[in-house]
Design a protein around this ligand. Sequence first.
Ligand code: AMP
Length: 278
Amino acid sequence: MQIFETITGLHSCLGSKAHTIGLVPTMGALHQGHLSLIDRAKNETDLVVCSIFVNPTQFNDPSDLKNYPRTLEEDLKKLIAAGCDVVFIPSVHEMYEVNKDTLTLDLGTLATGMEGASRPGHFAGVVTVVNKLFRIVQPDNSYFGEKDFQQLAIIKYLVKQTGIKTQIKGCAIVREPDGLAMSSRNALLSVEERKEAPLIFKILRQVPEMAKNHTVKEVQNWVLQSINTSSILMVDYFDVVDAETLIRVSEWQNAASVRACIAVKAGRIRLLDNIAIF
Ligand code: AMP
């Protein structure tokens, strides 16, 4: 596995591009969810590039950025074991001073709700850094998790609007044995919080069945009530949205494909999850 910290170094390796490239952008603190993206990229492309970059511009909360888990040594071991070909670990200077690419994109309603409402400026930061990565790596395929469902929709929109030539591959959520969606932030949970966190998916997984004979409002009330009974968890939002536009639906049949998305606070940690209704 080759490791590069500079864009010039990376370019010398990607060279003439006589192969297909799969890009897996991450912020490190890698777990099985990230590795499932690497695995899929390996199956579908000739050369897998994983980037590890804790992007400051997508953090609206300075303490979240400061406390974000950083486990580079372990990450590299995991990537070698997973058969990753190239790791790109740029500094903030490399991504924002050496590389001056900027992008202002009106994300419209895709970014007004859910994470966009709870974390002002977050998606502008995501779009800026992912646009830079696409232009640096020029991947044939790029792999993103459905875990961050709103981010995935926004990246698809970014590609459509800018005409960048990469195929976006959405990958299924990988879960812990108790159902909790894997996340780098899970490592920051206290023992008590970690014990309580599986309640999120325990409730969420019942939503598709409930949707068959309850209204959206009824289901929303039930989810909020069921999770907020915990003294440790607090629902930030539970939104039922059109899976394409991310606009809220008030009736199940108002969209061709519907997704239920949730963010829950466990102490200072926010946990995200979502499920397809149909
Ligand atoms: P992050 O390092 O949190 O920025 O995540 C990097 C990529 O891994 C994003 O595309 C995430 O959606 C994806 N990812 C994170 N957790 C999971 C998971 N549990 N299952 C599948 N993909 C995930």
